[in-house]
Write a protein that binds this ligand. Structure first.
Ligand SMILES: CC(=O)N[C@H]1[C@@H](OP(=O)(O)OP(=O)(O)OC[C@H]2O[C@@H](n3ccc(=O)[nH]c3=O)[C@H](O)[C@@H]2O)O[C@H](CO)[C@@H](O)[C@@H]1O
Ligand SMILES: C=C(OP(=O)(O)O)C(=O)O
Length: 426
């Protein structure tokens, strides 16, 4: 076990380039199963979840060569569903993404329930709904068994706009016979990237970015190269780090086209930034005053499927709000266990009322003090790290593996921005 020791209270400054988007890399790696041809992927984030997905693919008999730290050459000449390592599946949520492409390619797969962040019950029913509609036979008895002789196109209405279920449906549909329509599809940047990658290697997907995807099944996919886009969750984490330390930062290749809604929400917290082409500049001077709603009502920030404010950024927004003047209600109806980390912020001096598992009220600004903490999940871990940067004194954060799961070399990147952070055993 490792922990971070962070000396807070100092402004960060400098520039940083975000890693590739984890939640795009994971489905794109799974999608490589769909083609026998060689695929070269660039800007793959060097993080634990992606390494687990690589091991999973390798256990299926897929060949992966490392060209450099962020570039892999992948060839799925043959796939061996029976050799898949079930323990690796239990480590990551994205193991469920093997279902769509494996049914399409091999017609069979036995899959244990997926792992991932422990942030409440995580349904897989929508995956079953979509894959069954495309012709798969699905049985569940503590492990999933998928079978299909041939997949066929279908008009599918997803019962919720689930991110990974949409990705599974897309991957199963691209080589199915005939036309598919996926309605109530999720449209997060990673789903758009998955579609762009698949079209690049020969798929025929239309209306990318909308909630109704039209897919004409093709006989086979080819090879090609694709560069994974920047991780907007990491970009916003760095914006948060600059704001809570009263520092400034330039974020290179930040994918600002994905940040429009995040900007609207952060403006309500008194935070702004400038776009310079693909870069973002966060200035030192920020208003840091929470904007009330019309009639001086307490504003509410709520998560929603894309293009609204993403659940994965709620914890960062909460920490930013502790440094802003005023009162704001945060509401995450998606997950029942993502807000409990606010107890740790209260321990550091933040004024937060956790109303119920889905809602908290933050009143700022608060002077935070260093604390001993543990990272409960990937995004809460990052939020605690931001709180530690802002706090007076030294903080320690245990279970940094939770943060490493999604953020590449975060300690090294922060150190380059002037943060006194050490990774030690403990
Ligand atoms: C590997 C990966 O990509 N993981 C992401 C993916 O997880 P994942 O695909 O597992 O998340 P889902 O989109 O399926 O669902 C998230 C939660 O919201 C609920 N829900 C979702 C949509 C909806 O219309 N109604 C509804 O109730 C689900 O039941 C679930 O509890 O998307 C989540 C939501 O953006 C992110 O937190 C995860 O980081
Ligand atoms: C919840 C997350 O990841 P996963 O779905 O892989 O658990 C996340 O990235 O915030």
């Amino acid at each position: 076990m490792e922990k971070f020791l962070i000396e807070g209270g100092h402004p960060i400054s400098g520039e940083v380039t975000p890693a590739g988007n984890k939640n795009a890399a994971l489905p794109i790696l799974a999608a490589c199963i769909l083609t026998r041809e060689k695929v070269v992927l660039h800007n793959i984030p060097n993080i634990e979840d992606v390494r687990t997905m690589r091991s999973l693919l390798e256990s299926l008999g897929i060949s992966i060569q490392t060209v450099d730290e962020h570039t892999w050459e992948i060839q799925s000449s043959e796939v061996r569903p029976r050799d898949m390592d079930p323990d690796l599946c239990r480590k990551i949520r994205a193991s469920i993404l093997l279902a769509g492409p494996m049914i399409a390619r091999a017609g069979t797969l036995e899959l244990p329930p997926p792992g991932g962040d422990v942030i409440g019950r995580r349904r897989v029913d929508t995956h079953i709904l979509a894959l069954s509609a495309l012709g798969a036979e699905v049985n569940y008895n503590r492990t999933f068994s998928f079978k299909a002789k041939e997949l066929h196109g279908a008009d599918i209405l997803l019962d919720e706009a689930s991110v990974t279920a949409t990705e599974n449906a897309i991957m199963a549909a691209v080589t199915a016979k005939g036309r598919s329509i996926i309605r109530n599809a999720a449209s997060e940047p990673h789903i758009q990237e998955l579609c762009a990658f698949l079209n690049k290697i020969g798929a025929d997907i239309h209306h990318i970015g909308s909630n109704t995807l039209l897919i004409n099944g093709v006989d086979q996919l080819g090879g090609g190269e694709y560069t994974i886009g920047p991780d907007y969750l990491e970009v916003v984490s760095f914006i948060g780090a600059a704001v809570v330390t009263h520092g400034s930062i330039t974020i290179r290749n930040a994918g600002s086209e994905y940040l429009n809604m995040v900007k609207l929400v952060f403006q309500r917290l008194g935070v702004d930034w400038e776009e310079k082409g693909q870069d973002i500049f966060v200035p030192k001077r920020q208003r840091l005053t929470i904007e009330p709603d019309l009639g001086n009502a307490i504003p509410e920030i709520s998560v929603m499927p894309w293009p609204a404010f993403p659940t994965d950024l709620m914890s960062i927004a909460i920490v930013v709000a502790t440094q802003s003047k005023g009162t704001v209600l945060f509401h995450d109806w998606m997950y029942p266990s993502r807000m409990f980390f606010t107890d740790k912020l209260v321990g550091m001096g933040a004024q937060i009322v956790l109303c119920d598992p889905h809602r908290c009220i933050v009143q700022g600004p608060s002077h935070l003090y260093g604390e001993k903490m543990e990272s409960p999940d990937i995004r809460a871990g990052m939020a605690l790290l931001l709180a530690a940067l802002s706090a007076e004194g030294t903080s320690s954060i245990r279970s940094v593996a939770q943060i490493d799961r999604g953020y590449e070399k975060i300690d090294e990147k922060l150190a380059k921005l002037g943060v006194n952070i050490q990774r030690v055993k403990g």
